[in-house]
Design a binder for this molecule. Structure first.
Ligand SMILES: [Zn+2]
Length: 125
């Protein structure tokens, strides 16, 4: 199908747009000339909903992973919060999805997951 691209002003073939992380039927159009993506209101709504669902799934995955690693390390939520410098209930809030997990905390716990012996090298928590 040929459409007029509103970005590069080219009369070009616009192909169906598919996000690399998910596929949505009739999600929109991608300009083969400049790469711009166009949505009509209906497809924009479906795309936004799919993007929101993707973010929520990833946050849920992060929460479960953080809880699994904390328990593996034998840390209470309070001890984990002291270790990472958060408030006393920071981990409870992370694990309930009430606070956005800081990348530094996520990175530290992913490293400790692979090298749990390094926990004893950290300051007293
Ligand atoms: Zn274009």
């Amino acid at each position: 199908m040929t459409r007029h691209c509103m970005n590069c002003d080219t009369e070009t073939a616009l192909s169906r747009f598919e996000h690399e992380a998910f596929t949505i039927e009739r999600a929109g159009w991608r300009c083969d000339a400049c790469g711009e993506v166009e949505f009509d209101p209906d497809s924009a709504q479906r795309y936004a909903a799919a993007g929101d669902a993707l973010v929520l799934r990833d946050m849920e995955r992060q929460r479960k992973e953080l809880r699994r690693i904390r328990r593996k390390l034998g840390l209470t939520q309070v001890a984990a919060a002291r270790l990472t410098g958060g408030g006393h209930n920071a981990f409870s809030r992370y694990e309930r999805g009430e606070a956005v997990l800081l990348p530094a905390v996520s990175n530290l716990f992913r490293l400790l997951d692979k090298h749990p012996e390094l926990l004893k090298e950290l300051a007293q928590y």
